[in-house]
Design a binder for this molecule. Structure first.
Ligand SMILES: [Zn+2]
Length: 120
């Protein structure tokens, strides 16, 4: 006897059972059901990745919303001959937040992709 992942709920179950004890997925169902589950899994994955991509745009917008006023202040200060530091500008926080969010989303996307590939 060995353990396999249930095609429906992904929990570890014995390969001898006719039905998953966790979600009652039946192995007596035809190929169609496996195909249906595969398509459902793909859709879930695709929707998740789509949401992540939307969030990367949000993170980039955040960074730009911080960067532009920062550059603006910098250009203005240069005109007046001030010596300004970017680190003193509030815009740096938005840039950092946007960047951190971007990195976080890329990591989550990478994990989601890897989990999806290993579940196939
Ligand atoms: Zn199951």
């Amino acid at each position: 006897m060995s353990l396999i992942s249930c095609p429906s709920c992904k929990k570890k179950i014995s390969d001898k059972v006719q039905e998953c004890p966790h979600c009652q997925f039946s192995f007596n169902q035809g190929e169609d059901d496996f195909e249906r589950l595969r398509v459902l899994g793909y859709r879930k994955y695709r929707d998740k990745m789509y949401r992540f991509r939307m969030l990367t745009f949000v993170s980039m917008a955040l960074a730009i919303a911080g960067l532009i006023p920062m550059l603006w202040s910098y250009a203005k200060a240069m005109d007046y001959g001030f010596n300004v530091k970017f680190t003193n500008h509030w815009g740096i926080y938005l840039v950092m937040a946007g960047f951190a969010l971007y990195v976080l989303i890329r990591v989550l996307m990478f994990n989601t992709k890897r989990n999806y590939k290993s579940s196939k």
